[in-house]
Design a protein around this ligand. Structure first.
Ligand code: UDP
Ligand code: MG
Length: 312
């Protein structure tokens, strides 16, 4: 059985449409399936829509978060609730075309365990958004050592890959990169990002910046090395300035030294501050991990549970 996981945040207009479209395509293809919606603490009628869809279609199930925990948590909650032999994750705004899902499933049937959706085109975006996304993916690709520039959250994972992901103890997950990191037999399918038909993107510029920083830090310690390198450069500069100041002092032109002192204080001061900032960020991360908070809290679940579908 294929489980399709759809994280939803303020998507009331898309639930029925997504469930209908996916149901139709998978039924036509004769693929046994369930559709798992995860309501990520929406403020609109998304949960009511999910309950409605579950009532009219037995293959729809739902998980309701107690508040907004973010798409990463929603995807993981969906994977944990899914009963399928393979699980696909896609956006419920249908920007990930459901037809591609069928292609992914066929690859899974051929024995692939991780099937990545790769963006052929990125769809409509502003120039700023495209440029900053480009920079983010350059850095993250270096950190993960895999080309991430066209990666998406649209994936199909075998049960074994899902279990491996769920068994990871870390709380700051980056699904897009982790699915490559876990390994397994991998294939990829290209798709064109569709335009959003209803509602709007849930990402503000600020939340994208936060997303980028969080994921770069959780996958890489390179920023810390930048500080070390900068520190060494500044130290070299200090040595040169120091020698110059000494020469001036001995040749009787000491007054010029004031500028040097101020410069040195400024440079060293700022480097120390930047390093402390970055170290602080890592300490904050360690703190988060050590607390061992649950990744999400579920307030309710509806629909067919794993036990009923065991006969299938
Ligand atoms: N989403 C979510 N929680 C959030 C933000 C988004 O579950 O906090 C879901 C959203 O409902 C959608 C998917 O993540 O199904 C992608 O979001 P969106 O379409 O806003 O992102 P974009 O396509 O613009 O990258
Ligand atoms: Mg979208």
């Amino acid at each position: 059985m294929l489980s399709v996981i759809l994280p939803a945040y303020n998507e009331e207009k898309m639930i029925a449409k997504a469930a209908g479209t996916i149901e139709q395509i998978l039924t036509d293809e004769g693929i046994d399936h369930e559709i798992v919606f995860v309501n990520d603490g929406s403020k609109d009628g998304t949960w009511a829509e999910i309950e409605h869809a579950a009532a009219s279609n037995p293959s729809v199930t739902g998980v309701n978060f107690s508040r907004n925990f973010g798409k990463e948590s929603a995807m993981l909650a969906g994977l944990a609730a899914a009963c399928g032999d393979c699980c696909a994750v896609m956006d419920c705004d249908l920007q990930h075309p459901p037809e591609t899902l069928v292609k992914m499933y066929r690859l899974w049937e051929q024995g692939y365990e991780v099937i990545e959706g790769v963006k052929r085109t990125r769809g409509k975006e502003s120039v700023m958004h495209r440029a900053s996304a480009g920079l983010f993916y350059k850095i993250i690709s270096k950190a993960v050592k895999i080309d991430m520039s066209r990666a998406s959250d649209f994936k199909l994972l075998d049960r074994r890959a899902v279990d491996a992901l769920l068994a990871l103890p870390e709380r700051n997950t980056f699904f897009r990169a982790l699915s490559s990191w876990i390994g397994f037999r991998t294939a990829s399918v290209e798709f064109d990002v569709q335009e959003r038909t209803e509602g709007e993107s849930k990402w503000s510029t600020w939340s994208l910046v936060q997303y980028a920083v969080k994921n770069i830090v959780s996958f890489s310690t390179v920023p810390m090395q930048f500080v070390t390198v900068a520190g060494m450069l500044v130290f070299l500069l200090a040595v040169v300035l120091g020698i110059q100041t000494l020469i001036r002092y001995f040749s009787g032109h000491a007054i010029a030294g004031f500028t040097t002192v101020i410069l040195l204080i400024l440079i060293i001061g700022s480097v120390i501050m930047i390093s402390l900032g970055i170290i602080g960020y890592y300490i904050a991360k360690i703190y988060e991990e050590v607390k061992g908070r649950p990744r999400y809290l579920i307030s309710k679940k509806i629909g067919r549970g794993c036990r009923d579908s065991a006969e299938k």
